[in-house]
Design a protein around this ligand. Structure first.
Ligand SMILES: [Zn+2]
Ligand SMILES: [Zn+2]
Length: 764
């Protein structure tokens, strides 16, 4: 009893736990001076003394308690309100814990980037006003319909708007507020007509702050929802029911390519918005999905925030502020949009959930799809995972009752699925070009397509001209000095060889480094060479190319616009051409080399190859014309190819799940990789050995510890890479081993980097 009534001994204080931007997986505690008590709340940015410096951290939570020895006092609180909403703080804490990532680094994901590091931010204390400074505030004119009765009702009135003015008035009334620039895009010089309407008080002109968003410039006419197919209707009804009941349900929306998944999303979003709840939409890559963004804009106008990498730091800050102030309720973006400060989330959509770009491969290695499910669940929101080729992980969720599967089994319009056939390169020789990789069958199919004035897409997963340069004297392949990969020859960039991993570049060598021979041959086929070969073989055809060398950001959209306008006959490209583009006159898809995808040393290789083939095949025959797909391969019996041939997604999933179960791979077990690298090979190997030993010492029979082994990509950017793989169906046991391995990291030499990758998507 005496222990507890000695209140005078205890100095109860308000304490806060703070995440600081340091690479340590720990939380720091500070005492809150009385004048800051009201503002040092969860999610607030605070300035903390740290050693001799001051750092900006984020408050994770506040509590009353006896201050620990040596506790320091908070210096100040930034911003007028918490920068990170409280529910987002909780989500980020869980994320940090799941991935065993430093909380300070995780918290950064939710803050808008600031121009400079902390020193500058300290001088410019608020996230909520500072963004506007420095950004030249540009305004644009909007035309807004007034409530004034239409003078046109007075038949024959001299004031009644006519012609263009009448049309503009009707448009503004139908679509809501419209920027003047957009009217100009529709009617040419609309200004006199708008002035006239304004003088009659039928519209008024407002100056509004211009959205800082390149997508905004495009005039997107508003659309009206089309009539849904029965399958779309059933999917919409199921999602709506969950939204209305406010159930935190997860759906797998499995629709074949062209089945109209987007329309289902749009309906669900409308319902969530009617409930005044926020909507988060994650897409693989914004730059590659301009059409999808346009459709969202067409339905919901400018209340859609598009977060993408094309924004400058300041534009991002302004976007973040708009979301934070709840000026927009729909946020679309790539994986980082997961951390948008959107409040009251009712719906989270992950489009193309199988796409590997949802996995962040540096810094905090999170999977945005997995975490989207998690964030939705935390918010009591509905989560919709859409795809034509479900990942085995998501399929497993559906099979174990953690997600509800909704099927869209047919294409939304009346198109049939494209006819897929295999070109067995072991038996079919080259066409007139003499290049084996443009087989006679493919050549003829291209000819037919051109003759019919239709379009072809040729998919080749290697950019550049020739993927390698080989010495004819000794057989050595020119490789990157910093990475264990071959250098790719790029012709149009000025006859250079480049490393596609570290961007090393040099002029094409004139002699072999190993033997001095001057006889160097360009080996293999890249998109650049394919384009050139086709241009020679089909001189009348208009050819465009889409890969990272030619297309960045907006140029992707331009190329796709040209294809849509039928200014292109043949589109050559890498994965960029496989994304969800809807190009109605494409009737032929050629896969130049299907084996490139199936032969990667990764347990997910077959799954990825299958997804890729189905996606690229799905580009054919989306309009009124029938589509066909030619898949060239030396390995026509590969299951990824045979199932894709029959559009048999369930069949492939069934077989691949059986393989994974037998081998003990995800989704039946969890995998974690410990990636170790260093400039010195021996140092890296020794470190990997120590980490593996620590893991083994803590291991249980249910956890397999494999390695250390050199990574398949053994050297990257001058660092030698090793890995230790952990695998277990027992999550808790796996975690105990990871914790032990994590402790061993602390004792490694400074030069050694050791990274935990939980649920890795790439084994390279
Ligand atoms: Zn040589
Ligand atoms: Zn390199």
């Amino acid at each position: 009893m005496a222990l507890f009534d000695a209140g005078s001994h205890a100095r109860m204080m308000l304490l806060v736990d703070v995440a600081l931007p340091v690479p340590l997986a720990r939380i720091f505690t500070y005492e809150v001076p009385s004048e800051l008590v009201a503002r040092a709340t969860t999610g607030a940015r605070v300035v903390c003394p740290f050693g001799t410096r001051r750092l900006i951290g984020v408050v994770l939570g506040a509590r009353e308690g006896e201050p620990p020895d040596g506790v320091k006092r908070l210096h100040s609180v930034l911003d007028t309100m918490p920068a990170v909403p409280a529910d987002l703080v909780l989500f980020l804490r869980d994320l940090a814990s799941y991935y065993m990532a430093p909380i300070g680094e995780v918290m950064r994901l939710a803050l808008p980037p600031l121009e400079k590091e902390d020193s500058r931010a300290l001088a410019e204390p608020t996230l909520f006003d500072s963004g506007m400074r420095g950004v030249a505030t540009r305004t644009v004119q909007w035309v807004v319909a007034t409530d004034a009765p239409d003078l046109g009702a007075n038949e024959g009135s001299a004031d009644a708007p006519r012609g263009q003015a009448a049309a503009i008035l009707a448009h503004v009334r139908a679509t809501g507020d419209v920027p003047t620039a957009r009217l100009a895009a529709l009617w040419g010089n609309a200004r006199p007509a708008i002035k006239k309407l304004a003088s009659h008080n039928l519209v008024r002109i407002e100056e509004r702050e211009a959205p800082r968003d390149p997508f905004f410039a495009n005039a997107v006419p508003r659309d009206t929802p089309p009539v849904l197919t029965d399958a779309q209707r059933a999917a919409v009804d199921a999602i709506d029911a969950a939204l209305v009941a406010r159930e935190a349900k997860t759906f797998l929306l499995h629709g074949v390519t062209g089945s109209g998944k987007t329309e289902v999303y749009l309906h669900a979003i409308a319902v969530a918005r009617a409930q005044e709840r926020g909507v988060l939409v994650l897409v693989p890559e914004i730059a590659l999905t301009p059409q999808l963004v346009a459709r969202f804009r067409a339905r919901f106008g400018d209340e859609v925030a598009v977060v993408h990498s094309g924004l400058t730091v300041k534009e991002r800050l302004v976007m973040w502020q708009r979301i934070h102030r709840a000026e927009v309720d729909v946020v679309i973006g790539a994986r980082s949009a997961l951390f948008a400060p959107l409040k009251n989330i009712g719906l989270v959509i992950v489009d193309e959930e199988h796409d590997s770009s949802f996995k962040q491969e540096e810094g905090v290695r999170y999977h945005a799809r997995d975490m989207a499910i998690f964030r939705a669940h935390r918010c009591g929101a509905v989560c919709v995972l859409g795809t034509a080729t479900p990942s085995l992980e998501t399929e497993h969720l559906a099979r174990t009752g953690k997600a509800t599967k909704l099927r869209l089994p047919g294409r939304a319009r009346t198109q049939a699925m494209p006819r897929v056939s295999i070109v067995d390169l072991r038996r079919i020789g080259p066409g007139p070009t003499g290049d084996k990789r443009i087989s006679l069958h493919l050549h003829r199919a291209i000819e037919d397509t051109l003759k019919a004035k239709e379009q072809a897409i040729l998919f080749l997963n290697r950019r550049g001209f020739a993927p390698s340069v080989q010495c004819q004297g000794c057989g050595v392949i020119a490789s990157c000095p910093s990475c264990s990969v071959a250098l790719t020859f790029h012709k149009r960039a000025g006859a250079v060889v480049r490393c596609h991993y570290c961007e090393y570049e040099r002029p094409m060598p004139t002699q072999c480094k190993a033997c001095g021979s001057a006889e160097l041959a360009l080996e293999g086929l890249g998109t650049e060479k394919l384009e050139e070969t086709l241009a020679k073989a089909f001189p009348e055809a208009r050819i465009a190319r889409l890969d990272r060398d030619v297309a960045t950001g907006k140029t992707v959209e331009k190329v796709l616009d040209r294809v849509r306008a039928r200014e292109v006959d043949i589109l050559v490209g890498t994965q960029m051409v496989t994304k969800g583009h809807d190009l109605p006159f494409v009737t032929l898809v050629g896969v130049i080399n299907a084996d490139a995808a199936t032969s990667i040393p990764d347990f997910r290789a077959a799954e990825r190859a299958f997804q890729l083939l189905v996606q690229v095949a799905g580009r054919a025959g989306r309009g009124d014309l029938a589509g066909r797909v030619l898949v060239q391969t030396y390995n026509p019996e590969h299951p990824a190819i045979t199932f894709a041939l029959r559009h048999d997604v369930p069949g492939f999933i069934e077989q691949e799940l059986a393989n994974r179960r037998e081998l003990g791979y995800p989704p039946y077990a969890r995998v974690a990789l410990i990636r170790i690298d260093a400039v010195d090979e021996n140092e890296a190997r020794d470190a990997a050995q120590r980490v593996a030993e620590a893991a083994r010492a803590a291991s249980a029979p249910s956890v397999a510890v494999l390695g250390p082994a050199p990574a398949p990509l053994a050297r990257l950017r001058n660092r030698f890479r090793f890995r230790v793989m952990l695998r277990s169906a027992d999550r808790a046991a796996l975690r105990r081993v990871l914790v032990a391995a994590d402790k061993a990291r602390a004792g490694l030499p400074r030069d050694v980097r050791c990274i935990l990758d939980i649920d890795p998507m790439q084994l390279l």
